[in-house]
Design a protein. Structure first.
Length: 370
């Protein structure tokens, strides 16, 4: 028995290690993923893009705003005058925090009354919003101590701080995570189906029959991708129904916007899956290549870890990650209720990436068939 097992183990090692591409997948992906994970995986919120609404316009109000920038956590990315401007900035994702200093701030402080300050947070990411709340309280507490002294600030706080969370008022993590999970499920399903379809034909010996058939390479490629696009759209509808009715995640936007963005996203994912299938010689290789793409795609998309907290180099890398744009679309539709006027940059980016990937995949597919 042990002799038979020894020969079987030896045979498996020989079969695995004699494959150059499989040796590559065994050695390189773990190192690459470790490097990416080590830089990207962090729950810290180090940079808080902030918009300031200063309606007092005095030295006192500017000094109060300066306490936020000097804290090291907040970075002022915009200034606004009206609530509509604040909403537009938060809708676009240019800021996650809005600080409104009301008129009469300086007058109230000089008269010994509490000066009203309102803070509005983008509550779509409940974890980030909770952390930012803590930062805001810390900065206001320091300001109060610097102005009135520790003893007085403990009894009478000069600032009347009022915080609100938009889009996800209860800061339910489920509202933020479920749309993201929906996007990742569709990604994995689409990649797996597409990347293994061509490889399966090759392993079964039916690829040669397709090659000698009247089908042209473009027709064969479309025949391989269109069914999976239809399946992915159906699954997107299915997980949307589950997310809304089972998990009770509100959908505030238009289904037309959601499925238009999904179509652009599937263009790129189907292309990537097809591209993988032209290199892989077995379903095992296709599976490992899919995982190699899938894991960094999840980490660098902002699904779990905010992109603005990543090192600058990796922030540039994320511009080539399709899931980054799709997450903005799906969370924008579900939680913010925004439409094409806000989400068109993400859809345009997906269209560009998808066109490039599909073109490269078609060229590689045609070359492989020839």
């Amino acid at each position: 028995m042990f002799e038979r097992i020894r020969h079987m183990v030896r045979k498996e090692f020989i079969q695995v290690l004699r494959d150059k591409r499989l040796r590559f997948f065994i050695v390189v992906p773990p190192v690459v993923q470790l490097l990416v994970f080590g830089y990207v995986v962090t729950m810290d919120v180090n940079v808080v893009p902030t918009v300031i609404v200063d309606r007092d316009r005095t030295a006192a109000s500017r000094a109060f705003a300066q306490h936020f920038t000097s804290s090291g956590y907040f970075r002022i990315t915009a200034a606004a005058e009206t609530e509509r401007e604040v909403r537009d900035v938060l809708d676009r994702g240019d800021a996650v925090c809005a600080i409104q200093i009301n008129a009469g701030f300086d007058r109230d402080l000089r008269r010994g009354r509490q000066a009203a300050v309102q803070v509005v947070l983008d509550g779509t990411d409940s974890n980030t919003a909770s952390v930012v709340m803590g930062y805001v309280n810390l900065v206001v507490d320091r300001y109060s101590r610097d102005r009135a002294g520790p003893a007085v600030a403990a009894v009478h706080t000069p600032v009347d701080l009022r915080m609100r969370a938009w889009y996800n008022p209860d800061l339910r993590s489920k509202n933020y995570n479920v749309p993201g999970v929906m996007a990742t499920v569709i990604t994995l399903l689409c990649l797996m189906l597409t990347s293994m379809s061509v490889v399966r034909e090759r392993e079964m010996g039916t690829m040669e029959q397709l090659m000698v058939s009247p089908l042209k390479p473009a027709e064969l490629m479309l025949g391989k991708t269109v069914p999976f696009a239809v399946i992915s759209i159906f699954d997107m509808l299915l997980v949307t129904v589950v997310g809304v009715f089972w998990f009770q995640v509100p959908i505030k936007g238009s289904l037309l916007v959601l499925f238009t963005g999904t179509s652009f996203y599937l263009l790129s994912v189907l292309g990537i899956g097809l591209f993988i299938s032209t290199f892989a010689r077995s379903q095992q290789q296709a599976l490992m290549a899919t995982i190699l793409f899938y894991m960094p795609n999840i980490l660098l998309s902002g699904f779990v870890f905010p992109i603005k907290n990543m090192p600058e180099l990796f922030q540039y890398v994320t511009y080539g990650i399709p899931l980054r744009y799709f997450l903005v679309i799906i969370r924008g539709v579900f939680l913010k209720g925004v439409g094409f006027d806000i989400l068109w940059p993400q859809m345009a980016a997906l269209l560009v990436i998808g066109t490039i990937v599909i073109t490269l995949s078609a060229l590689r597919f045609r070359k492989r068939l020839q």
